[in-house]
Design a protein around this ligand. Structure first.
Ligand SMILES: [Fe+2]
Length: 280
């Protein structure tokens, strides 16, 4: 492989690809188009040994659209575009546990996230992604019929949810909880594909349905979304970058930091999110 050749290694049968031969320091339109095409095709793409600076991380994010600031969590002082996710060495839990799509409670949920690893434990803390286009395709027909024209309420859960269990995650002082309604079946604005847009963490209720009935259907959907054949799993190394299409995947940060198996190591990630559209 010459340094100009691209290599694409699929992570699973469902989604995800590790890409070699692309330099993320290059924020030209030509390079961005290549990256975006890969992103739309694979839904989450991974790069290793990308020693990008904070400025280069921001420049890359700017290619995708407007950078979003998090509703509840303080960003880096010097780089307000970047939210630093820190798991202290002896913390068992890490930010992003549980299946979710980032800030799906926003009126315009995140379009894409560019996550870069700064410090990674020798073991533990992989991230799992699940393909929500496949999740819709493979969903039970009876459930499809019930939910395809319905909306669901997504709740922000409040700042405490984001910071109280994580020692180095700081609140920006906003504690108000809010919610928005989004179609359960959304259409991807760039590919036109149908996506199952609910998630275990933020989706609270199907609009126009009794709570009990809504809970039953949502729980069935959440179980379906966890099917391992819809997922891929990425093992982080230092200076790795993941870019995910937050409209068409759910993800889960695994907190498998146990004594003798990963506990005792600090984990640091830099996250930039790009603002998306109102789902429809
Ligand atoms: Fe997340």
């Amino acid at each position: 492989m010459s340094k100009y050749d691209m290599e694409i290694n699929l992570l699973s049968g469902a989604l995800g690809a590790e890409i070699k031969g692309i330099n993320l320091k290059d924020n030209s339109i030509k390079n961005f188009k290549k990256i975006n095409k890969l992103l739309l095709e694979h839904k989450v793409i991974f790069f290793r040994e990308q020693d990008i600076t904070a400025e280069e991380h921001i420049n890359l994010a700017n290619c995708f659209g407007n950078i979003e600031t998090h509703a509840y969590v303080k960003s880096r002082k010097k780089y307000p575009e970047i939210l630093r996710i820190i798991k202290e060495a002896n913390e068992k839990n890490q930010w992003g546990e549980g299946w979710h799509s980032d800030v799906s409670y926003n009126y315009k949920p995140t379009k894409a996230v560019i996550l870069k690893s700064i410090k990674i434990p020798p073991i533990g803390g992989d991230t799992v992604f699940s393909n929500m286009e496949l999740a819709w395709k493979t969903l039970d027909d009876g459930i499809k019929k019930i939910v395809k024209n319905k909306k669901a309420i997504h709740s922000s859960l409040g700042a405490a949810y984001f910071v109280k269990n994580y020692r180095s995650m700081e609140s920006n002082g906003n504690y108000d909880e809010y919610s928005n309604e989004h179609p359960i079946l959304r259409t991807h604005p760039e590919t036109g594909k149908k996506i199952l847009f609910v998630n275990w963490t933020y989706t609270k209720k199907i609009v126009g349905m009794k709570k009990k009935e809504s809970d039953e259907i949502l729980n069935k959907i959440f179980q379906h979304q966890e099917r391992l054949d819809l997922t891929c799993r990425f093992k982080w190394t230092k200076n790795a970058v993941a870019i995910w299409d937050n409209r068409s995947v759910n993800h889960y940060a695994i907190s498998d930091f146990f004594p003798g198996r990963g506990l005792g190591y600090k984990r640091i990630m830099d996250r930039i999110a790009i603002e998306g559209d109102k789902p429809n």
